[in-house]
Design a protein around this ligand. Structure first.
Ligand SMILES: [Ca+2]
Ligand SMILES: [Ca+2]
Ligand SMILES: [Ca+2]
Ligand SMILES: [Ca+2]
Length: 349
């Protein structure tokens, strides 16, 4: 039996704890527009985020320009910072996900390029590159980069140091995003298979399943890697949820969960000790972007716990989207009695 959307939503409206990623709407201080700014031919990018030049076709876009007449509004460390190069900004909005490559390889100077999602938050670009493996040294390229539907993206063309000049910006759709989360050689298959319209998760849907069912994690001194699938189905009314059960009853344990997924994941901890009828949502969780590591570390009180993985969005993420979850710190727990017994033996040695 499939439970209504609300059951899944409960897990997302739990209190947002410190692990949730933060964003800021702060923009860098604006410079005044100088007089006598050189005018260049063509559709050159805009001066800053508020004047970003819209890109109509993010899957196939080409433009040239010269950054030298512009101001230095932005800089990112990728990994070098401290640049005072002038920069220009483009933007586009996607209705569905898109895998792209952003290529500045043919530019005439030492370029840098940044991508931001929804707002330009200094220090928090979605992607950032200074020197890529281009035919010419010090040129920039980003990709494959999987972008999500329903968001606006900003592309900032910048330079290293104080360099500026002619750039050639080419954005193209790329097949390379899939797979962006291939199963590592030592990964354990989740075993569920892909969801589909009408799907009923009788495999590891946890408290969303009737009766509840879980993937049981075997403790290990090494990090444990599960390779699974997730996505949305039934016109985005549902998502596949994967519940990984851990027995931490013998002691307080610090666990790290790290997910790389082809969908924007939510990964977190659910305290199972009260039982499915009484769980209160996430103990803590974090959401992230697709294709990048999303992780959370928590010191959990002794008890029964679930590591939860699913798409954080109901937004046409394909059911065969891959992810891998790395669980670190879940070692065989040593019951307190063993320690006591050892102490006793020592006493009588
Ligand atoms: Ca700059
Ligand atoms: Ca560069
Ligand atoms: Ca799954
Ligand atoms: Ca599942």
């Amino acid at each position: 039996m499939r439970l209504p959307l609300a059951v899944s939503v409960i897990l997302l409206v739990a209190p947002v704890l410190a692990a949730a990623s933060g964003t800021s709407s702060e923009l860098p201080e604006k410079h005044s527009v100088p007089t006598g700014t050189p005018v260049y031919e063509g559709r050159v990018g805009g001066e800053d985020v508020e004047n970003a030049v819209p890109i109509p076709t993010a899957w196939d876009f080409y433009d040239t320009g010269n950054t030298c007449g512009f101001l230095d509004d932005y800089d990112e460390a990728c990994p070098y910072t401290g640049s005072t190069s002038p920069d220009v900004v483009y933007s586009f909005t996607l209705t569905s996900w898109l895998c792209i490559e952003i290529d500045l390889c043919a530019s005439a100077y030492d370029t840098k390029v940044y991508v931001y999602q929804d707002e330009v938050t200094p220090g928090d670009p979605l992607a950032c590159n200074d020197d890529a493996d281009c035919p010419t040294l010090y040129r920039s390229r980003i990709g494959p980069l999987l972008l999500d539907g329903g968001h606006t993206y900003y592309i900032v063309v910048d330079g290293y140091g104080n360099d500026c000049g002619e750039y050639e910006l080419h954005i193209s759709e790329w097949e390379g995003c899939t797979p962006c989360a291939p199963c590592p050689p030592d990964g354990i298959d989740e075993g569920e298979g892909p969801c589909y319209d009408g799907y009923v998760d009788n495999f590891n849907g946890g408290c969303n399943s009737v009766p509840p069912v879980f993937s049981v994690v075997e403790p290990s001194p090494e990090p444990i890697i599960f390779c699974g699938l997730g996505g949305n189905y039934d016109d985005n009314a549902f998502r596949d949820t994967d519940w990984y059960w851990m027995d931490l009853t013998c002691e307080e344990t610090t666990i790290t969960l790290d997910v790389v997924a082809e969908f924007p994941p939510v990964v977190g901890f659910v305290d199972m000790s009260p039982g499915c009828d009484n769980i209160t949502g996430f103990y803590s969780y974090v959401t992230g972007v697709q294709c990048y590591s999303t992780y959370i570390t928590e010191t959990l009180p002794a008890g029964e716990w679930v590591a939860f993985v699913a798409s954080s969005e109901w937004n046409n993420w394909p059911c065969d989207s891959e992810y891998h979850l790395t669980i670190s710190g879940y070692e065989q727990c040593v019951p307190a009695e063993s320690a006591s017994w050892g102490t006793l033996k020592a006493l009588y040695r």
